[in-house]
Design a protein around this ligand. Sequence first.
Ligand code: 1GP
Length: 225
Amino acid sequence: MIDWRKWRHVTKLDPDKPITPKDVAAIVDSGTDAIMLSGTQNITRENVASLADMLKDYDIPKVLEPSNTDGLRDDMDFLFVPSVLNTDVAFWFMGAHRMWVQNFRIDWEKVVPEAYIVLNPKSAVARVTKAKTDILPGEAAAYAECADRFFHFPIVYVEYSGTYGDPAVVKAIRERLHSSILYYGGGINSRERALEMSRYANTIVVGNLVYEPGGIEKLKETIIK
Ligand code: 1GP
């Protein structure tokens, strides 16, 4: 059984962004603990299938993080399913999930719920989910404590997608968590930033960097073992 709780570093690949088999091979060999297939916009059955196909011969753990039901597939090791906490649009906390459970056969052994706290107002996920991103560290920490203690989410995910976040917010959340695993994602593009966020987060997630020129070499620098 793969123990995802031990992962320190996850690389997020967006099915909507083109990537070469050579780059995929280099990412798999980078030392990252797992590959997460995830994107917010233009996620289709076809682009998820083509990315999954590029990864199928590698035995690195593969996680699908769906943003809709189009790309769902059952050949992944895990299905990390986000619920957004800091939005008043219940569809992103429970609505989409009820439709998913009502219309699909679920392999619950593979499902890992994620409590998302979305904090970059310019990110696609903030726009789509109408997240209330202008919250204070105390409010963010209270959302996290609710997710952990009240809803028992196994993962609390601090999402600054596309920009580098405030370590003080991640620290405030760390201090309020009891058993949830803390994920941090957003703007990690150097070893310095990876070290800083790894002081508070159990697992860091790196996405956009791999699509930048020289990004895969930089990715290796963000892996803290
Ligand atoms: C995005 O949290 C991940 O969902 C990683 O963020 O793309 O900014 O690295 P970046």
